[in-house]
Design a protein around this ligand. Structure first.
Ligand code: C2E
Ligand code: MG
Ligand code: MG
Length: 253
């Protein structure tokens, strides 16, 4: 039997990875403005393996750099394809791991991918988590600035679960904050207070704010009332393979 590590090592070559995309909807216009790229491993025996079950191993072995680069490439390629098919342009967002951020040539790689796929940089967003944004501060500021100069936006994922320095948050050219789904459960009164505060904070810092993990009508109504910019969650759509998404998209012109 092959070890999981060996299987992971060969998964790219064997084309076992797939990206599902979860729509992000503008609360105001009701339109899809973005899609989050979420990686799936279609294992020949074990079926679909969720990212949380293999990304840590990919990080430990360094394989995440190669896999992560493929995700950025594939998401950009697919997004360009949708634009060519005549759908209204959307931003595709890709999760980055801390290990990837440590690569000195990451910005160069992203630049190359944009060139090769011919995707306009404004339609790519990269997600980093709160804890990533606060470690190795000098390096991270340089990297975020590098993306900004390329025209690629950066968002903070799982906001509220780590700790962030408000000073750094205001210094980095971050365009969007993603409120972690744990706070969207409005049955806990203090979660509502936290969500309201994050929305105010984001807007005060001139950033957009999106709520993750929105599952019910009530949650959506609350977020709409509180002027959250965008929502993402099962209430609207699960992450889906590209061919199942077309029904959600609008054609321009
Ligand atoms: P994330 O970036 O915070 O992604 C959101 C997760 O919440 C996704 O899980 C998504 O399927 C799930 N989700 C979306 N809406 C709902 C909802 O309404 N309710 C609930 N309960 N869950 C919802 P998924 O796809 O299993 O991904 C888990 C995590 O794995 C991601 O969290 C991200 O941190 C990581 N990940 C996924 N793809 C990649 C990738 O390409 N590279 C890296 N480095 N990490 C990835
Ligand atoms: Mg994410
Ligand atoms: Mg998240």
């Amino acid at each position: 039997m092959q070890s999981m590590e060996n299987e992971l090592r060969n998964a790219l070559k064997k084309r076992q990875f797939e990206i599902h995309y979860q729509p992000q909807k503008s609360v105001k216009s009701g339109r899809i403005v973005g899609l989050e790229a979420l990686l799936r491993w279609k294992h020949p025996d074990k079926g679909s393996i969720p990212p949380m079950d293999f990304i840590p191993l990919a990080e430990r072995t360094g394989l995440i750099n190669e896999i992560g680069e493929w995700v950025i490439y594939e998401a950009c390629r697919q997004n360009k394809r949708w634009q060519e098919d005549g759908y209204d342009p959307m931003v595709v967002s890709v999760n980055l791991s801390a290990v990837q951020l440590d690569q000195t040539n990451l910005i160069e790689k992203v630049k190359c991918i944009l060139k090769n796929t011919d995707l306009d940089p404004e339609y790519l967003e990269l997600e980093i988590t709160e804890s990533m944004s606060m470690s190795n501060e000098e390096n991270i500021l340089e990297t975020i600035n590098g993306f900004h100069q390329l025209g690629v936006s950066v968002s903070i994922d799982d906001f509220g679960t780590g700790y962030s320095s408000l000073k750094n948050l205001s210094l980095y050219p971050i365009t969007k904050i993603k409120i972690d789904k744990m706070f969207i459960d409005g049955s806990r009164e203090h979660n509502k207070t936290i969500v309201k505060s994050i929305i105010h904070l984001s807007h005060a810092l001139n950033m957009k704010v999106i709520a993750e993990g929105v599952e019910t009508k009530e949650q959506f109504a609350f977020l709409e009332r509180e002027k959250c910019d965008e929502i993402q969650g099962y209430y609207f759509s699960k992450p889906l393979p590209p061919d199942e998404l077309n029904q959600f998209f609008l054609r321009s012109g």
